[in-house]
Design a protein around this ligand. Structure first.
Ligand SMILES: [Ca+2]
Length: 297
């Protein structure tokens, strides 16, 4: 990140006429100093009274704006409690060349917003100290639009445990409001689901149930048993729309120790319930298919 040692004066102007100085918001700032031959534009986060929390980066390409570029936005949350993670770093690279074009730091609520980027395909990775970083995720940027890339981060998983995190998108993209995850456990008739969130259910736990878009929703197998586990997700809140689950941008990470052992996206299709994987006597099998016969209470 390029920094200035001194700034002669700062011009701040709000983005949009409806903004005011009474709340936290993103503002655009122009820095100017005699010693510098050009004026740079930065994004600042402003919290009254006049406290600048973070000074972000120079615009990747100041010729880009809403008329010829698009941005990547998202929220990064802790998989175990759903809280936003501040100061996580998202690196944005061109898909074709792997060139780093933007580096974004999340704000105190875990929100990220890139500079304007040329329309095209990008790879986004997110990292934060003491958490397992995300794998590269492909995001399409379109002219005049903000593309979404939400993610959850988890601390390393204790030895012998397996954690599955689920994130999705929000209403702007036609996503289901409340996606639920379920786990069938060997020798247990009813699945682990939202009814038992936060408690040890036959050696597994639904760490966090999100009911209002984005996620994360997280399941941890605390002690593996012989037999067959079945992990699946369900459209809880948009029951009349059998295509809604498949357009919810659902991303699933399976994590053991400090390794992401698989990443799965739910494809478009018809149904309320999608089976993601099974563990059969300790062996992972990615099954992947819509199956509305699976029990959801
Ligand atoms: Ca849920």
């Amino acid at each position: 990140m390029k920094t200035f040692k001194c700034v002669a004066w700062v011009i701040l102007f709000l983005l949009g006429s409806s903004n005011s100085w009474g709340s936290t918001q993103w503002v655009k700032a122009a820095f100017d100093k005699d010693a510098f031959t050009e004026t740079k534009e930065y994004l600042l986060e402003y919290v009254p009274p006049a406290q600048v929390l973070s000074l972000a980066r120079p615009l990747a390409d100041s010729r880009l704006n809403a008329s010829n570029g698009g941005r990547i936005m998202g929220v990064i949350r802790d998989a175990l409690n759903g809280n936003g993670i501040s100061s996580a770093v998202a690196e944005i690279r061109r898909f074709e060349s792997d060139e780093l074009v933007d580096t974004v730091v999340t704000d105190y609520q875990g929100r990220l917003l890139s500079n304007y980027l040329r329309p095209g395909r990008y790879q986004v990775t997110v990292s934060k100290e003491s958490y397992i970083g995300t794998p590269q995720r492909v995001v399409w940027v379109e002219r005049g639009n903000d593309s979404l890339s939400n993610a959850s981060l988890t601390p390393p998983v204790p030895a012998g445990q397996v954690r599955t995190t689920l994130t999705w998108t929000h209403e702007t993209f036609g996503a289901v409001r409340d996606v639920d995850s379920f786990l069938l456990i060997p020798g247990v008739s009813g699945p682990l689901g939202y009814r038992d969130a936060g408690s040890n259910y036959h050696g597994a736990m639904l760490d966090h149930d999100d009911t209002n878009w984005v996620g994360p929703e997280t399941v941890t197998i605390l002690e593996q048993r012989q037999g067959t586990y079945v992990y699946y997700v369900n459209n809880f809140s948009d029951r009349s729309d059998l295509q809604a689950l498949g357009r919810s941008g659902i991303n699933i990470l399976i994590i053991a120790g400090s390794e992401i052992i698989d990443e799965i996206s739910i494809p478009q299709g018809t149904g309320l319930t999608y089976e993601v994987y099974r563990i059969i006597d300790g062996e992972f099998v990615i099954t992947g298919g819509y199956d509305d016969t699976l029990p959801t209470y």
